[in-house]
Write a protein that binds this ligand. Structure first.
Ligand code: COA
Ligand code: AMP
Length: 643
């Protein structure tokens, strides 16, 4: 067997150094951050579940993202470019203006009693005030938790109850191309449903939809800020411990209860600051456009913190890849704002490609400053990657990460010298990530052999130290399956060049349009319908969204109602309880669910039938007719065929 040829560029040397001497590597990277008290060491292996990063350091995230740039002469540079095709508005906010807005809002929060360690929930659309809100929390050491606007009141209630925020920051509405989403009624319903009641809500009134305010609890955002400004109130940055939480971000777990991923301050800022020049090849003063949402981890890291940390201009885009107004929307933004790097999800590319297959809209724009397209959030299908390469004439880089890790686990480090692109692969591990593929017994497998992807502990800076309020759930979810490793719950392979290919989840999480959703959570909603005896939800292949949820339900024996009517109720119920983001459009009533003799539902076989993949009758099942019925019910809706 011949050894794989060495990789070009500095990557191999840098990655090896990060694993051989993590202290030296991360202390070096920590120099990219301003510290109030510099760390004396990078890592304390005795603290926390697997150690803690930069234990003695003190710093403030808002100072690093805003104030230090103003002090260094970037005050007049744009920090945020808000580009909102859904409202037809654009706004440029300089670093000096951002500093003023953040310091004032931070004073409003402090006047509402918010102090270091207190939680603040944000339920906001893609408006600059949302970023100001996050940074204002960071400024005074409060822990923010942003809830994506596409979640329903019930999901918001669960997060309010778990995070127990002192204050909620919300906007009156979000604006989707097809409708105005009134957030305030959802917020009111969530607070009513939650056992924890926030002391105050600060409501940003948007012109499209004014919200009624609850006396004694709700305040008008603009009035509160104006009053603080008139009184000359400003809050300064509070130095926090590097190990203090900066935010909590909830993500789907295998049960209906979301996991509150905790992000610490020091390790996160160090990792993000390292990633900008070395992975993305983006530098101070350049324009970075991450077309995600602040409700997701990608938005936290690459709309808000990373670009601002290094003094870039971040584009805050309130629109869609298509329909606002057309499939040239991203290229228009890239050209108009001189974007150097665009980061989006493969779903967005598929949506653009569907409407503009020949990429004709690209030609109308001057993309001279645009260098690289990055993709993440779901598997990047080789067709879409090849289409984007041809259409844009730029490198298209897939990279892999999770809410839990906060920054990429694997990618192609363009700033260290781009490695050859292999379609379908997310390339190589980033510094500090010692990635292995393990078999079911936890033994590392050889190259090109599929298994569970795991990361040898300790996790690098930036990754979660625990789950909010639940060290035990953290350990049980991630650290117990393979002792000494973090279990990513992703299956995949590593090839002879060290390239990682992610093949899909090993749990019941599905990925719909780059959004991570729990089928278990949807099953819990379906099971709550009075006519449903049992149910199973699977993710079936979807040419636009990657996967789409599909629910099979067995009705109780005495139900005589029209099944079609019940199916419509179930679709509405999931939308009402989880939210439109679940994109749950397909509920199918069947007489039985296929099960093994021990009662386990054969979700994998059902998925293969729906996805037109070959399947065989599992030996543990007695009656093939039940699988035929699944195939029939799918075919009746134009989906799947038996193998
Ligand atoms: N607030 C309220 N509702 C929202 C919302 C928000 N912030 N975001 C999405 N929704 C709603 C949508 O309006 C839609 O509702 P509908 O059922 O009434 O049509 C539903 O949630 C599903 O939204 P989505 O999955 O975004 O589908 P879409 O059909 O509106 O758009 C794409 C399709 C491909 C354009 C879109 O999915 C997209 O841009 N995906 C990229 C995702 C991404 O960047 N993910 C981040 C991971 S890196
Ligand atoms: P989230 O926590 O929402 O970021 O979702 C994380 C999950 O999305 C991962 O565990 C993967 O299953 C999937 N994922 C993210 N990026 C990629 C990628 N580049 N390729 C394949 N799957 C990905």
């Amino acid at each position: 067997m011949t050894a794989a040829p060495p990789l070009p560029g500095r990557y191999a040397e840098v990655h090896a150094a990060s694993l051989a001497d993590p202290e030296a590597f991360w202390m070096g990277a920590a120099a990219g951050i301003d510290w109030a008290v510099p760390p004396r060491r990078a890592f304390d292996p005795e603290a926390g579940a697997y150690g803690r990063w930069f234990p003695e350091g003190r710093l403030n995230a808002c100072h690093n993202a805003v104030d230090r740039h103003v002090a260094a002469g970037r005050g007049a540079q744009a920090a945020i470019l808000h580009d909102s095709p859904v409202t037809g508005t654009k706004r440029r906010i300089t670093y000096a203006e951002l500093q003023d807005e953040v310091a004032t809002l931070a004073a409003v929060l402090a006047d509402l009693g918010v102090g270091p360690g207190d939680r603040v929930i944000l339920y906001m659309p893609m408006v600059p005030e949302a970023l100001v809100g996050m940074l204002a929390c960071a400024r005074i050491g409060a822990v923010h938790s942003v809830v994506f606007g596409g979640f329903a009141a019930n999901e918001l209630a669960v997060r309010i109850e778990d995070a127990s925020p002192k204050v909620v920051l919300a906007a009156s509405c979000g604006i989707e191309p097809s409708r105005v989403v009134a957030y305030k009624p959802l917020l009111d319903a969530a607070i009513a449903a939650s056992r924890h009641k926030p002391e105050a809500c600060l409501i940003l009134q948007r012109p499209r939809c004014a919200a009624g305010l609850v006396p004694g609890r709700d305040r008008d955002w603009a009035e509160a800020v104006a009053a603080a400004r008139a009184a000359g109130r400003r809050a300064e940055c509070v130095p926090m411990r590097a190990t203090d939480p900066l935010y909590i971000l909830y993500t789907s777990g295998t049960t209906g209860k979301p996991k509150g991923v905790v992000r610490d301050t020091g390790g996160y800022l160090v990792a993000l600051a390292w990633s900008m020049p070395n992975l993305y090849d983006v530098h101070p003063g350049e324009v970075y456009f991450c077309a995600s949402d602040i409700g997701w981890v990608v938005g936290h890291s690459y709309i808000v913190y990373a670009p601002l940390l290094i003094g870039c201009t971040t584009v805050l885009y309130e629109g869609k890849p298509v329909g606002t107004p057309d499939a040239g929307a991203f290229w228009r933004v890239v050209a108009e704002h001189g974007v150097a790097c665009l980061f989006t999800a493969p779903t967005a590319l598929r949506a653009i490609k569907k409407e503009d297959p020949r990429g004709e809209r690209v030609g109308g724009y001057d993309l001279a400053r645009f260098r690289t397209l990055f993709l993440a959030g779901e598997r990047a299908d080789p067709d879409s990657v090849a289409w984007a390469e041809r259409t844009l004439g730029r490198p298209v880089i897939d990279h892999w990460w999770q809410t839990e890790t906060g920054w990429p686990i694997a990618g192609n480090p363009v700033g260290l010298g781009q490695l050859p692109v292999k379609h379908g692969s997310t390339c190589v591990p980033m510094p500090g990530y010692d990635v292995r593929v393990l078999d079911e017994g936890g033994r590392p497998v050889g190259p090109d052999t599929m298994g569970t992807i795991a990361i040898r502990l300790p996790l690098p800076p930036g990754c979660l130290p625990t789950l909010w309020g639940s060290d035990a759930r953290f350990a049980q979810s991630y650290l117990t399956t393979f002792p000494g490793y973090y279990d990513t719950s992703d299956a995949g392979v590593i090839d002879r060049d060290g390239y990682i290919t992610v093949l899909g989840r090993t749990d019941d999480i599905i990925n719909v349009a780059g959004h991570r959703l729990s089928t278990g959570g949807m099953e819990a909603v379906l099971a709550s319908h009075p006519d449903v005896a049992e149910c199973a939800v699977i993710g079936i292949r979807d040419s636009l969204k990657g996967e789409a949820p599909c629910g099979f339900v067995v009705l109780k024996a005495d139900v005589a109602r029209d099944p079609g009517e019940i199916e419509r109720e179930l679709v509405a119920l999931v939308r009402d309880r989880i939210g439109p983001v679940a994109a749950f459009k397909l509920a199918l009533t069947v007489n039985r669910l296929p099960k093994t003799r021990s009662g386990k539902i054969l979700r994998g076989t059902m998925k293969r039938i729906a996805d037109h993949e070959p399947w065989t009758l599992p030996p543990t099942i007695d009656d093939a007719a039940v699988l035929d019925e699944i195939g029939e019910s799918l075919r009746a809706r134009g989906i799947g065929e038996p193998g």
